[in-house]
Design a protein around this ligand. Structure first.
Ligand SMILES: NC(=O)c1ccc[n+]([C@@H]2O[C@H](COP(=O)([O-])OP(=O)(O)OC[C@H]3O[C@@H](n4cnc5c(N)ncnc54)[C@H](O)[C@@H]3O)[C@@H](O)[C@H]2O)c1
Ligand SMILES: O=C(O)C[C@H](O)C(=O)O
Ligand SMILES: [Mg+2]
Length: 628
């Protein structure tokens, strides 16, 4: 057993996963060996099998402490296990059920009076008892996701320097260039499978928040664990400090990043070249997600062929919104070629979403030109046209209109009058931009107007659910980036209904894109894998959800939905021949989904797994002592 534990960092991901059956085994079944073996576990455990019992116990304890901090301090652990782990006496005497632990946590949460207090409480719980945190999260996704993700993470990032309490994730600075590979060795976890990287330069719709953006990688990776079962110790939140354009932060004595202005695009690229290589050198199979960069197009183009990487804001958002649009287009009763979509916002998300829907429309039989001509992109200068007179950023050129007869449309109102859209999408960061007047017009022009205000957090949403419903007489097909509460509405025909909004947020797909890439050992994240993730969503709705005209599955089912997304992503990787775990090709879809489930971290099973480990260890130790 101890020898097996010593080998743990190389092939397996956690103490508890070492003794699981093949069915319940870890994600790292037959991985390429990570380069960096955890020093403390390796040195503490490289197995002198004859050493003293207490020494062994503390070695085991050290292994757990390194891989899953504080696991031995869970108040649900039985007394014999505590004694074995030498944590007996370090926690109150009573052995508690999860129900009791949960009641205490929810009680404490209820005492908090602000969202930031709830955010801090949950962050501390994650640090102090990671399995309990994820048990709570998976049981209360609807209520708790907004506390650790959008919208509350937005305020947390804005106030990060003020509310900072504990180190989480890694920070790498421009000044560290030339040494990134050796600094990355400081990360104590040996088996990182996925990282989310930001430079903080476009955090949600809140602008450049510099290193305060760290809340985003932490929040996204918490969802990877809660929604797709990637083990918490296999995730690496990463923030790079490349300076900030945020003058207020530069002058704030509490700001914890450098005071330099943002580095140049060339300097950023050189830094990222080194970082990407360093990450892959230590963890050859690592999946890398770029998140919330101001201009993420160059890095996506540069690294996507050589790394298993993707950009969530361009690709994840594109896929998730395509997934919702598939249902909305069907419910609208209008064929794809007759849709006219006005996009407020032509940045990474706007262009990513429009391109992904072009791919869907082509899938439905339109030529590329026909599909592209359905889109009218608007930025801060108005409708994006080829003859507008300013130099268009590269990513906007594809959608620039040529059919405007020299006329320019400066405001959203003018564009909407000109186009009379069937779809409006908001990816502009301009809260309230879909005014009551515009929403009313959408209701007049369309039987079922498609209205997607997607900017985050809630304060930046282009309209609320209530507004979209009220001003279209309850006929809007709606999804927003941040969550809105249900709304009870009486229509002009006197019908009263409680309606639930869809949440068009990339959280429905990125966990499955990441898990599918990890599990298939894909060497790239291809366009087909991204497309498949969005397409899978429309197949994941239950009959009841379809009857209720939902555009997205119920959030409480997200773990099951992630299994479906993961299966589609793996199948697409196989088709594109970028997968490396070829025996998965032999499984039928049902077997593959079952296998995916078996690889997912289940926080509810962890304490039991630990108990089983300890029992097995005790047995082995007893038989070894009897041989001595
Ligand atoms: N729902 C989701 O899953 C999701 C995913 C990604 C991004 N987003 C949100 O989308 C928003 C935009 O993100 P992004 O990465 O595209 O940012 P970005 O900075 O790349 O793009 C913002 C776009 O909005 C335009 N804009 C700014 N002010 C405007 C104005 N007054 N009128 C018209 N257009 C204006 C800009 O010109 C630019 O084209 C953010 O709020 C982000 O939180 C949501
Ligand atoms: O973080 C989110 O909630 C979605 C998206 O990635 C965003 O940048 O807004
Ligand atoms: Mg984002």
């Amino acid at each position: 057993m101890l020898r097996r534990l010593a080998a743990l960092p190389k092939g397996r991901r956690s103490l508890s996963s070492t003794s699981k059956s093949a069915k319940m085994g870890s994600l790292m079944v037959d991985p390429p060996s990570p380069q960096g073996v955890s020093f403390s576990v390796k040195t503490a455990l490289h197995g002198d099998i004859t050493s003293h019992r207490s020494q062994r116990a503390s070695h085991t304890h050290a292994a757990m402490h390194t891989l899953v901090p504080n696991t031995h301090l869970d108040t649900s652990l039985p007394i014999p296990v505590r004694k074995y782990l030498q944590s007996y006496g370090l926690t109150p005497p009573r052995v508690e059920s999860y129900e009791t632990q949960k009641a205490r946590c929810l009680g404490q949460l209820a005492l908090k009076t602000t969202d930031i207090d709830r955010f801090l409480y949950l962050s501390a719980l994650r640090k102090n008892n990671v399995h309990l945190f994820y048990r709570l999260m998976t049981d209360h996704l609807r209520e708790l996701t907004p506390m650790i993700y959008t919208p509350v993470v937005g305020e947390a990032c804005q106030r990060w320097s003020e509310i900072y309490q504990q180190a989480e994730g890694m920070y790498l600075s421009f000044e560290d260039r030339g040494h990134l590979a050796s600094i990355i060795q400081n990360w104590p976890q040996p088996n990182v499978e996925i990282t989310v990287i930001t430079d903080g330069s476009r955090i949600l719709g809140l602008g450049d928040l510099g290193v305060n953006g760290m809340g985003i990688p932490i929040g996204k990776l918490a969802l990877y664990t809660a929604c797709a079962g990637i083990r918490p110790e296999c995730t690496l939140p990463l923030t790079v400090d490349l300076g900030t354009s945020n003058k207020a932060f530069q002058e704030d004595p509490l700001y914890m990043g450098s005071r330099r202005d943002k580095v140049t695009a060339q300097e950023e690229q050189e830094f990222l070249d080194e970082l990407m290589m360093a990450l892959k050198e230590r963890w050859p199979a690592i999946v890398i997600q770029f998140e919330d960069w101001k201009n993420p197009f160059p890095s996506l183009a540069r690294y996507r062929d050589d790394y298993a990487m993707f950009n969530d804001d361009i690709q994840g958002t594109g896929a998730v919104i395509m997934g919702g649009i598939i249902g909305a287009v069907k419910q609208s009763g209008i064929s794809p070629r007759d849709h006219r979509a006005v996009f407020l916002g032509s940045g990474s998300a706007g262009v990513g979403v429009a391109k992904q829907i072009v791919a869907y429309f082509m899938h439905e039989g339109l030529t590329e030109d026909e599909a592209r001509s359905c889109f009218y992109l608007v930025d801060s200068k108005g409708l994006v046209t080829s003859d507008r007179g300013d130099k268009l950023a590269d990513h906007k050129i594809y959608f620039s209109r040529n059919d405007n007869d020299g006329q320019q449309f400066k405001s959203l109102e003018e564009v909407m009058e000109h186009v009379k859209p069937t779809i409006i999408m908001g990816l502009s960061t301009i809260g309230g931009a879909f005014t009551p007047e515009l929403l009313t017009k959408m209701g007049q022009w369309n039987k079922h107007p498609i209205i997607f205000p997607l900017s985050n957090p809630s304060s930046k949403s282009e309209c609320t659910f209530e507004e979209a419903i009220k001003y279209t007489d309850g006929r809007a097909l709606f999804a927003s980036g941040s969550p809105f509460p249900p709304y009870t509405f009486t229509s002009s025909t006197g019908e009263t209904k409680t309606l639930r909004p869809g949440q068009g947020n990339n959280m429905y797909v990125f966990p499955g894109i990441g898990l599918g890439t990890i599990l298939s050992r894909a060497i790239q994240v291809t366009d087909n894998m991204v497309y498949a993730s969005g397409e899978s969503l429309s197949t994941a709705l239950t009959q009841e959800e379809i009857n209720m005209a939902c555009l997205y599955p119920e959030i409480t089912r997200i773990r099951e939905v992630s299994v479906r997304v993961t299966r589609f992503v793996i199948r697409a990787a196989q088709k594109d021949n970028v997968d490396r775990l070829h025996h998965l090709r032999e499984m039928d879809d049902e077997q593959l989904e079952e296998w995916i489930r078996s690889k997912m971290y289940d926080p509810h099973a962890e304490t039991k797994n630990l108990e089983a480990e300890v029992k097995e260890m005790a047995r082995e130790l007893a038989s070894e002592s009897s041989r001595l």
